[in-house]
Design a protein around this ligand. Structure first.
Ligand code: PBE
Length: 302
């Protein structure tokens, strides 16, 4: 059973990396009045991320919701390809529109802004939520209690994501756990020791989730639990926790980003805790695109 959800996940992740973003166009075509609009300069294209991401589905919604995005293309690829395109465009000070989210180090590395989203296609402030299978609390009350306690400030996670630029996620997670034993003690102190009880955690493949997943794993292990942490795409993650193949996850972005997955499986899921508050998704552009502030400032493709 376990094997099969992990295998399925691998296949989907492999597929999502098979599309590489084609390079951005040059200066674009001139419009009839001789001026090149931002929309023309970006070839009416949004540089997206993995096909299985919640932010990808929200971008497809935005294409439906906005007249200004009529005829636009949403090019999915991978987070790594999106960041390369963004970095290249930024260096050349060319316009670019990407699918973005916070927390993420791109906001520390480059001057970027979210486009206003008056239609609400991307929702508002999000909570990165810990979800468990409905049977988990009874089956493993100690681990459930630890998960109820685990959470971070968004600024802590942003700092850790920056550090993970120069070290592995596992190392950054381990160092934080070592240096914050007071916090870890608060999380685990009142819960019974694990005595080798197994906990199956699922997480999604983005840095923020790989960090929180690994820190939760380390805290549970410190208290005697035997933790298995598996990386899968959001759809598989929700299915795995709902079916009990995984016990819990700290990777659910709610209410919007993973809202449709949550709705589909909510009868089999329990919200354990909101581990991080103030996350966000949306369309993101460099701040040097001064006149582009809202999705409604864009223009439909002819
Ligand atoms: N993200 C990062 C993910 C969740 C975490 C916003 C790219 C998503 O859209 O599913």
């Amino acid at each position: 059973m376990l094997k099969s959800w992990k295998k399925k996940a691998g296949l989907i992740t492999a597929l999502s990396f098979s599309l590489i973003a084609a390079g951005c166009g040059d200066d674009g075509e001139s419009s009839s009045d001789g001026e090149t609009s931002v929309s023309e300069a970006v070839d009416h294209k949004i540089v997206g991320i993995e096909p299985g991401a919640g932010a990808t589905a929200a971008t497809d919604d935005a294409l439906e919701d906005y007249d200004s995005l009529e005829g636009w293309e949403h090019e999915t690829s991978s987070t790594a390809a999106m960041l390369t395109s963004l970095g290249d465009a930024y260096e050349a000070e060319e316009p670019i529109i990407v699918v973005g989210w916070s927390p993420h180090y791109k906001f520390a590395k480059w001057d970027l802004k979210y486009l206003e989203d008056p239609e609400g296609s991307y929702g508002g402030s999000e909570q990165i939520t810990t979800l468990a299978n409905t049977g988990f609390e009874e089956e493993n009350p100690g681990a459930y209690q630890v998960l109820e306690n685990i959470g971070w400030d968004i600024s802590t996670l942003e700092e850790l994501m920056l550090k993970a630029q120069d070290a592995s996620i596992e190392e950054v997670a381990q160092t934080w756990i070592d240096e914050n034993q007071g916090k870890v003690e608060e999380w685990i102190a009142d819960a019974p020791e694990g005595e080798g009880a197994s906990v199956e955690l699922a997480m999604t493949p983005w840095d923020s989730e790989r960090l929180t997943g690994n820190m939760a794993r380390l805290a549970l292990e410190q208290h005697g639990y035997d933790v298995n942490l598996t990386q899968v795409d959001p759809a598989i993650m929700f299915e795995a926790v709902a079916e009990g193949d995984a016990d819990a996850t700290l990777s659910a972005w709610l209410p919007k980003t993973h809202g449709s997955f949550y709705e589909e499986h909510k009868d089999s899921l329990v919200k354990v805790n909101e581990a991080i508050d103030g996350a966000k998704i949306g369309l993101v552009v460099p701040t040097y695109m001064e006149d582009t502030n809202s999705i409604e400032d864009l223009e439909p493709a002819e």
